[in-house]
Design a binder for this molecule. Structure first.
Ligand code: CA
Length: 218
C-alpha cells in the first residue's frame, strides 16, 4: 500500500492484517515504486496524491515494465477525469476517498479473484473447499477452523494449486517486508496446517518437495 497519510495507512494495514493479509507500507511515491518494481505482490493499493512521485506516474512506470500486479487506486477527488486518468494509467479499479473499509475489502477480493482466474468466491481442490470471501474452509463438507496465518498459507497454496512454491515464495506472500526471515517458521506453519487439513483424511493434499518447498495438488 502506497499512502502518505500515515495514520490512515497504519489503520488500513492493521485492518487488513486482521483479515489475514500481509501488508507492506510505503509513505511516498519513490519508495512505493521501488517496492512495486522489486517485490512480488498480489495487489497494490495506490494513492494518487503522494510526495516525490504521484500514483499516476507509479502506475504508468509499473505497467511500462510489464508488471501485471493488479492496482487499486485511491482517488481523493470524485471527478470523472481523475478516475479515467487512473484507469488509463494502468489501474484495475479505483476507490474514492473517504471509503468504507468493507468496500475496500470487497473490491480487493473481486480484483484478487479475477487475477487468479477465479469467477466464483469458492475454490476447490478435491473435497477441500475455500470460501475466499468469508475464509470458511471445509473438507468433505466439515468446517475446519484455521488461524489467519494458517488460512493465508492455505489460500496461497490452493490458488496456486499444482505449482511448487518455495519457502521464500511463501514468506514473501504471507509475511510483510520487515519480517525477519526464518524459513523454519514456514515448516512449522505447514505442519500445523497438515494436522488440520490432511491428518484425518486418506488423500493428502499438501505435498512436500524435499529441500525445495510445498505444493497443493489432488
Ligand atoms: Ca495522499
Amino acid at each position: 500500500m502506497v499512502e502518505d497519510e500515515v495514520s490512515l495507512a497504519n489503520l488500513i494495514k492493521e485492518g487488513l492484517e486482521d483479515e489475514g493479509y500481509s501488508v507492506d507500507l510505503a509513505y511516498d511515491g519513490e519508495e512505493g515504486l521501488y517496492l512495486a518494481l522489486n517485490e512480488p505482490y498480489d495487489i497494490i493499493i495506490l494513492d494518487i496524491m503522494l510526495p516525490k512521485m504521484d500514483g499516476i506516474e507509479i502506475a504508468k512506470t509499473v505497467r511500462s515494465k510489464n508488471i501485471r500486479t493488479p492496482i487499486l487506486m485511491l482517488t481523493a477527488k470524485d471527478t470523472i477525469q481523475d478516475k479515467v486518468l487512473g484507469l488509463d494509467s494502468g489501474a484495475d479499479d479505483y476507490l474514492t476517498k473517504p471509503f468504507s473499509f468493507d468496500e475496500l475489502l470487497a473490491r480487493m477480493r473481486a480484483i484478487l479473484r479475477r487475477s487468479f482466474g477465479e469467477v466464483k468466491n469458492t475454490v476447490k481442490v478435491a473435497d477441500l473447499e475455500l470460501n475466499l470471501d468469508t475464509h470458511e474452509v471445509k473438507r468433505s463438507g466439515k468446517v475446519i477452523e484455521l488461524t489467519s496465518k494458517e488460512y493465508a498459507l492455505l489460500e496461497y497454496l490452493v490458488l496456486n494449486k499444482n505449482r511448487l512454491l518455495s519457502r521464500t515464495d511463501i514468506i514473501e506472500h504471507i509475511y510483510d517486508y520487515n519480517y525477519d526471515f526464518d524459513s523454519n517458521v514456514i515448516d512449522v506453519l505447514v505442519a500445523r496446517l497438515r494436522r488440520k487439513i490432511d491428518k484425518d483424511f486418506d488423500k493428502k493434499l499438501i505435498h512436500t518437495v524435499r529441500g525445495v518447498g510445498y505444493m497443493v495438488k489432488e
